[in-house]
Design a protein around this ligand. Sequence first.
Ligand code: GAP
Length: 512
Amino acid sequence: MSDDLLKKVISHSKEYGFVFPSSEIYDGLSAAYDYGQLGAELKNNIKQYWWTAMVRMHENIVGIDASIFMHPNTWKASGHIDAFNDPLIDNKDSKKRYRADVLIEDHIAKIETKINKDVTKAAKRFGDSFDEQQFRETNGRIVDRQKQIDEINERFKSAMEAEDLAAVKTLIEDLGIADPDTGSRNWTDVRQFNLMFKTELGAVSGDSGVIYLRPETAQGIFVNYLNVQKSGRMKLPFGIAQIGKAFRNEIIARQFIFRMREFEQMEMQFFVKPGTQEKWYEYWKEARLNWHKALGFGDGLHRFHDHIKLAHYAEAATDIEFNFPMGFKELEGVHSRTDFDLKQHEEHSNKKLRYFDPETQESYVPFVVETSIGLDRMFLATLSAAYQEETLEDGSQRTVLRIPAPLAPVKAAILPLIKKDGLPEKAREILKMLQLEHNVQYDEKDAIGRRYRRQDAIGTPLCITVDHDTLTDHAVTIRDRDTMAQERIPIADLARCVQEKVGLAQLFNSAS
Ligand code: GAP
């Protein structure tokens, strides 16, 4: 994948109504985007896939919808006021601002690329007898480079743990890291920047009215832990899921909808008995990877990346990374959050947030394993994996979005072959029959081939053509987006057939 693909996805998204720059008539607002008519459908379908997998398919997971504004003490308790910072550094010449940790990570990524090139070359040279692990462990150049990476990681980790920002700057200087845009090495000191957006409540001004836009949806779940546990008579282990907006004043928001200041999260906090968290952490890692893989984008697009620098609340954490057009990047996090959050809320609220275990007759604060995925990132992953330009057998070109059928914004297009002879009326009857269950579109404009191309470009899995024979044989032709194969189906079987081809059920053979 490449930057070129990202550019194509961005312009395709705008041309077909998936994503527009926010307030574009005023020249847009940096890193803010609006989802258009097809984007909103795709987003809803991703949400539905996630909600079904989490809430409907698990008897012990329920969903909530908490408010974005929360009592400010929430953020004191959660640690976000004190610790939700990114280390920031400016280049004095270019006046550009960077995250110090990202500059270091990018430097490491360059060394990793060199290692991978050597491995690929060797694999070609040795063919079937190539043992990658042995090569990585014994090749002098690779061993040296891996040592460099380990040393950088170690220095960065201890500098951050000691909150020694001067040491982070020295590391950047020692590595000779330059401004990626201008090559200048003239850096300011590194300083911490809190990512929460502040605003004021009602007419109160000054510190007493300060309120924050939530930087994660998770805290809305923690503060409702006991409400849900008691009102739902939930027994450990159980989960609370939520989909909603989160806000972060990112130092650099970039790469289209990958990093935004306003975005949406789908999070699930799984409350477990202390001591069992490791087992559940492994369970959710696997379950979430399966959820992604069930979409059928193929092998090699996902990988785990364990965190070296753990967030202030985590005991173990991993990212599910996706091979975006810009390379492998975080799509989802799975975190073992211990009892940190509930204990902190107990302390700051003076309310007990315990679980009474009927088996052991003990009360304790549950541990939590969290899964947290960015909806916008999932949207970008889906579009970039789905976007394809193809040359067909007859030499013509088509752009097709191979979006997994259950996620496709439009499930079927109903196309009368021509605009007369009663075909439009028949097509509209079929539209009516399907539209309660699925988002379907009617299109009678242009030659049928051009209509197919338009539907391919927005990822519609099925085109249903009504022709003159339909009026007598009561059957239609269904064209498949991916194979372009056509089959004749009786109208009486159509609803069942469409449901089978585009329904969510097909994703649940391997997803949990
Ligand atoms: N509650 C844990 C939590 O918020 P996180 O790793 O900071 O963890 C979880 O965020 C997910 O939210 C990420 O994996 C990513 O998909 C998404 N996300 C985070 N920051 C984002 C941003 N600025 N723009 C878009 N998505 C973002």
